[in-house]
Design a protein around this ligand. Structure first.
Ligand code: SF4
Length: 330
């Protein structure tokens, strides 16, 4: 927001690009979870573009992003976040877009030293080099700490009016935001990408291990964002809606998965990911009963519906808490 504004103040036409990898947090769980109800249900990139009065292009990179996540040359951060490779990839995509649309250079809001992996003095040139953007990549917020880029050397941008921010503190950015009258802005760090989340990364690792393959589709990674995931065996796991919003979201997948729900008591919708035999189905039904209002009842009726539409009725006793093993929770 600041980087765009700084450049726009020089009379330069700016348009925004937002890449959708499938791992983005906002606009998804915020719209589902009760605990996130207070958070604005907005796409922050769109909202920022509106504040700035610029066009925003939302680009779906789900497919090409797989290679970035699966084979990051520079490795992962604390979790499954391949931040440096991700940034090289996104700037590379922006470069392609820039060329295709006759734009002249790229700006990002990066600041030297802001982030431990992708915004260090030694990694910022890596992004320029590996993305192919070279000196067409201008970082207006810390440009004065970096060698002049082509837009500065050519005088398209006045270097003197750019900034020399550095380090983890965001105080200078906040002061600049106040100067521009920006009182509301998106989370400045983390929390926007599920790959930085420890729980999410664990579920993704589990999915890959259970499938003996690191392939994934959009539905797989969306489902990892929702529900309680319990794996009683390598063959299958249960995805249990934790509240009404999640049950509704999981409903959208009920034609693709064997799913269970209690018919005698209120309770969650449960999707079964994987293959189950009769004994395992019984166990899944007992776990389903455990998470519903019939958890203390002697018996609970559970309906299992298969993707082909066939239905099986089960009459089970809820699994006692001491039999619900901790290690099953992913
Ligand atoms: S937090 Fe996620 S989107 Fe952001 S650079 Fe890292 S991997 Fe990419």
């Amino acid at each position: 927001m600041l980087a765009a504004k700084v450049v726009m103040e020089q009379g330069i036409h700016v348009e925004g690009i937002n890449f959708f990898t499938g791992f983005c947090v906002e606009g998804h769980t915020h719209a589902i979870r009760e605990k996130d109800k207070a958070k604005p249900k907005r796409n922050n990139a769109l909202w920022v573009a509106e504040q700035l009065g610029i066009k925003l292009h939302i680009i779906d990179v789900i497919e090409p992003y797989k290679q970035v996540l699966l084979n990051p040359k520079h490795g992962y951060g604390a979790n499954l976040n391949p931040c440096l490779d991700c940034k090289c990839f996104m700037v590379g995509q922006a470069l392609q877009w820039m060329r295709d649309h006759n734009f002249d250079f790229i700006i990002t809001g990066e600041v030297i030293g802001q982030r431990p992996m992708s915004q260090r003095a030694d990694t910022m040139p890596v992004v320029q080099e590996e993305s192919g953007a070279g000196d067409l990549l201008l970082r207006p917020l810390c440009a004065k700490n970096l060698p002049p880029t082509l837009p500065e050397r050519e005088g398209w941008v006045d270097r003197e009016k750019l900034y020399d921010f550095s380090g983890r503190s965001r105080k200078p950015q906040m002061a600049l935001a106040a100067q521009y009258g920006f009182t509301d802005y998106a989370t400045p760090a983390g929390g926007c990408c599920f790959l930085t989340d420890e729980n999410y990364s664990r579920k993704l690792t589990d999915l890959w291990q259970a499938r003996h393959s690191r392939e994934y589709e959009l539905d797989d990674i969306m489902l990892l964002k929702v529900g309680r995931h319990i794996r009683p065996s390598e063959k299958f796991k249960l995805i249990i809606g934790r509240e009404e919003g999640e049950n509704k979201f999981l409903e959208g997948y009920r034609k693709q998965f064997l799913h269970l729900r209690s018919t005698s008591h209120t309770g969650p919708l449960v999707l079964i990911d994987g293959e189950v035999n009769e004994q395992e189905l019984q166990l899944a039904a007992r776990i389903t009963a455990r998470f519903g209002h019939g958890k203390t009842a002697e018996h609970v009726d559970v309906e299992a519906v298969y993707p082909n539409g066939s239905v099986q009725q089960l009459h089970v006793s809820p699994l006692p808490p001491d039999q619900l093993k901790q290690e099953w929770y992913i």
